[in-house]
Design a protein. Sequence first.
Length: 973
Amino acid sequence: MIRSCFDNLDGRSMNRDAGLRLELLSRRSLFHLFLNIMQSNPRKKDSMNNYQSNENTSFSRGTLISLIIGIFIFTASYCFAQSKTATNTQLREHVSINDGWRFYKYSSADKADNLIYDVRPAVTENNDSKDADSKPTEAVKTEATQQVLKPWILPTGNAFIKDLAKRHVRPAGNPGGDFPFVQSNFDDSDWERINLPHDWAIKGPFQKGDKAEVGGGMGRLPVNGVAWYRRKLDIPKSDAGKSVFLDIDGSMSYAIVWCNGKLVGGWPYGYNSWRVDLTPYVLPGGVNQLAIRLDNPNYSARWYPGAGLYRNVWLTKTNPVHVAQYGTYITTPQVSKSSATVKLEVTVDNSSKKSADVEAFTQIYALDANGNKSATAVAAFPIVKRQIAAGGDAKVSGSLVVKNPKLWGSRPTQTPNLYLAVTTLRVNGKAVDKYETRFGIRSIEYNPDKGLLVNGEHILLKGVNQHHDLGALGSAFNVRAAQRQLEILREMGCNAIRMSHNPPAPELLELTDKMGFLVIDEIFDSWETKKTPHDFHLIFPDWSEPDARTFVRRDKNCASVILWSFGNEVGEQYTAEAGAKVATRLRDFVREEDPTRPTTGAMNYAKPDMPLPAVLDVIGLNYQGEGIRQDPEFEGTDRIRTAPQYTPFHEKFPEKMVVSTESASAASSRGVYLFPVSPKVSDIIRDGRGGDSKNCQVSAYEQHAVDFGSSAEKVFEAQDKHLFVAGEFVWNGFDYIGEPTPYYSARSSYTGIIDLAGFPKDRYYLYQSRWRKDLPMVHILPHWNWPERVGEVTPVHVFTSGDEAELFLNGQSLGRKKKGQYEYRLRWDDVKYQPGELKVIAYKNGQKWAEESVKTTGESAKLDCKADRNRIKADGYDLSFVTVRVTDKNGLTVPRANNNIVFSVDGPGEIVATDNGDATNLVAFPSKEREAFNGLCLVIIRAKKGVAGTIKLTAKSNGLEDTAIQIQSEFTR
Ligand code: GAL
């Protein structure tokens, strides 16, 4: 990923940070001065009257002094900050413009303006809850009978269309130019004030019932509709002559941009990052007004897409000669422990009116674990000179050898070491641009018989699929929330992520690079045929090339990315040669952009003898490895039924690596245990078989999967019997909003290993027992609070990284059991419930390995709060995730407690959202009141920007002892 030199993960540039720090300094100085004056006042503790009168005198004197000094400091810092901009010696600025937006959404689509990208087909039928693997259907043709803005938007993608003849020519005219919202003088003061990243739908309310406008599939949240974002831009006079770009990391969806009343361009697909060139539209030194229109259709996805400017937005300012967008490409064709060849290609744009003699010089620095650059360069590419015509571009390239490279590799056996390439461009000896590229030196082998080899070491892919929403925070990207997800996954032993089914926020790949996850980066869930009436198929003809190319161009330097997937379960699996032709075209775009990584696609239907798999470099199978719907119940149905496919694919494509891009799709509700317990290793979900359609919950005995899926253990067995398979990407890591299979009256999925609030389900420990074999662990399920089951059979199951375990109930051994071949859990299925203590001792190779016990608890008595971090940054972005437990008087979590809890906060922080991980809970996420779900609740606290101090969260519930927790919000970075 490419970033300017001053970027950091929080989405702010150094420039702005420096400004912020100065501003904070002046504010803090004022505050301290005030305090000093107060403290030096000997009479301040006198009687109230005295206090007040003396206070008044000294306050006015103190205030005056502090004000004068404060104003002086503030003015000096402001002038300093301004003078930095005024002299503008920056070679390149990449400035966050996340703050200070105004937002307006029409109350309904009928009331919206007519500035549409294109017409959309009417939705005649939409089955919200149809099976995820239903066969996609033909696109519906629609003719526009009104003016549409598409012809003005298409040219934004031109840089990503290879054939110059196919690039779009902008028509004359300025549609929307007279619309009030795009005018500089439009009064937007009654529009909502918001900061980005912003997801307009996440605050809800949830839409309930069968007739909801947005159904369960898309998360029952108001994603659909037309909305506007407006903001002034700071373009000082000194920016005259500079190139000014608007960089949007993601906008959901159909974004159209106007600057100073002029239509600039836009990008329909919500998941890609994109840029428009504002240079011809801005007025340096003048008022500059940006207006962005989004039009997010209903029926556009099989999951919650989010809505709005939901990722970071930047202004990038460069000199006319500059490194192009995503303009560096670094590869490491030869890697060993002692040396590595590093190749670099730099694309330089000359947007000036005269030709330029450009010198490009790139140095490589090592980055430490904190992202700090080594003091000196470890290597430098030879200087390359080029003459670049006015308005033209050129590619310069070079190659060098790094001795004893610190290799990038996945944890835990390797270290994700990173390097930074710093490219300087000079024109006539004067530096004009400095551009940084983070990359890793690593070799990856995609071996058809062994799987993945990273730097020569076999690494089994222990992966999960992740959707882009961050639970109760919605799709609004937040670095800490994403990092927390990765930390929880890493603790489970997960080493790989498939970005299902869309490119993530750039900062997420920065995290996977730094934390050492292996990534399948994926772009499409549909091509020409449709899964939902308004999905990507509508724009496929115009945008498949720009979208496919920009996806690779943005992420190609990320060390963590190991595979490009350009399709998930697409309808073109069914259309033989025609489908393969579409696939070939897309694959070639990807290959042309990055020939160093193989392509893949996720196939749930295509068989080895069909044309589509032959197009892919790596065979990606969804559920086919274990077999699909082999249960007799599905005989004679028209659903996909497939016998296990690992071997047939391996035999047909002996030269291709095979990976399970989606496995399992097992479902469960955290802490809900349903009886009877299935005797099977893997079972479907029906009432009485792991399902409860009345309460819409799925049993957490962790044996049940959606109709086409398999339990975790069935997948383990299939993988262990086919050791050539590179590993699996479980569907899925965290629950996500939308797609609540099998109960579409709910709001969020059941298939996560971890619930929507981030609390591990029992399955987490099953994966941990397999993926972290060296971690001594053992886990018991279910909980042991079953007053209604005394004397009834209540099976006890155990997950352990050991090979044997002995179970005790109230001190009595219930026997010692050993895992057999292809057994991954130990089960005591005939335990009769008696309250008390269940204890398990696990063994490995005959030695005691781990121990756990579960006790019957008392009544709910107290609340307990624990923050994942007690110190956070006062930057307006940082978060603390607080787990609130309902406990008995001894502090044990009451596993079936659902007490209603009310939260409040004091100090410089706010409650952004609460959740409890219950897929059926339709209380809006920002609510400060929520029922616990099986003993747990989550509160997400965000620090206020620029105000340090103690944030106090209090949790109260009728009849329970309150609790409170303190979180320090700090200026430290
Ligand atoms: C798969 C699909 C995923 C998700 C999953 C749910 O078929 O690729 O996107 O829908 O099923 O179980």
